[in-house]
Design a protein around this ligand. Structure first.
Ligand SMILES: Cc1cc2nc3c(=O)[nH]c(=O)nc-3n(C[C@H](O)[C@H](O)[C@H](O)COP(=O)(O)O)c2cc1C
Length: 191
């Protein structure tokens, strides 16, 4: 059962989820094995269908799940799960098989995807890998084409973000380094 505020995002608006440059949580699943890692280096690449780039280092456990399944998901964590986000990026499932349980995050099932989504994110999208072996091998750079997306309607509705009317826990995270994040700030609208 999906949370009350979880609403689908139209295909022509998915790129807007990624235009704000938020830290992502990359999730992947293969034969029931699930892992999630934060990634600062996620970026919109194309409008319709939305494509993104994501840098997923070849040493990460998540990477193998992406390669084996051909899919990944990106959630945009809200500030309410900043500690869990840092945990997911400080511990590898290579070293800690119970990483997901120990992270404390709750996982949500979404329609038509076996990749679980992390509760406490404010947007989620599932991507099919667009195979570019040279980029993947040389730069750890993956391209994904969106197949579905959802957002928390308290902060994203009708194709627009509106963080200013919601709680701080729902503001996206923007990573610097060493556990130092910013929450997204106030809007500036130029008419
Ligand atoms: C906030 C944050 C952002 C990160 N961004 C990236 C990234 O863009 N690409 C990447 O390969 N690793 C990134 N990392 C590192 C991985 O998330 C981290 O090594 C993680 O533990 C890998 O987990 P896994 O081996 O279970 O997949 C980041 C870590 C943090 C804390």
């Amino acid at each position: 059962m999906l949370p009350e505020h979880f609403v689908p995002v139209a295909a022509d608006k998915i790129y807007r989820l990624f235009n704000i440059g938020a830290t992502g949580l990359i999730a992947a699943e293969f034969e029931g094995d699930v892992d999630v890692m934060p990634a600062s280096w996620v970026c919109a690449l194309d409008l319709i269908p939305c494509k993104v780039t994501a840098v997923i280092d070849k040493t990460h456990y998540t990477r193998a799940l992406v390669e084996k399944s051909g899919y990944f998901a990106i959630g945009l964590p809200g500030a309410g799960i900043v500690k869990e986000t840092l945990y997911l990026g400080s511990v590898s499932k290579n070293d800690e098989p119970d990483k997901m349980a120990k992270s404390g995050v709750a996982l949500l099932e979404v329609p038509n995807s076996t990749i679980p989504m992390v509760e406490g994110c404010v947007a989620w999208a599932v991507f099919k890998v667009v195979s570019e072996p040279h980029n993947e091998k040389s730069y750890d750079l993956f391209i994904g084409e969106a197949v579905a997306a959802w957002a928390d309607s308290r902060v994203f509705e009708d194709g627009h973000w509106h963080f200013e009317t919601a709680s701080d826990a729902l503001r996206t995270l923007h990573y610097v380094a060493g556990g130092h994040f910013y929450k997204i700030g106030e809007p500036i609208v130029v008419e």
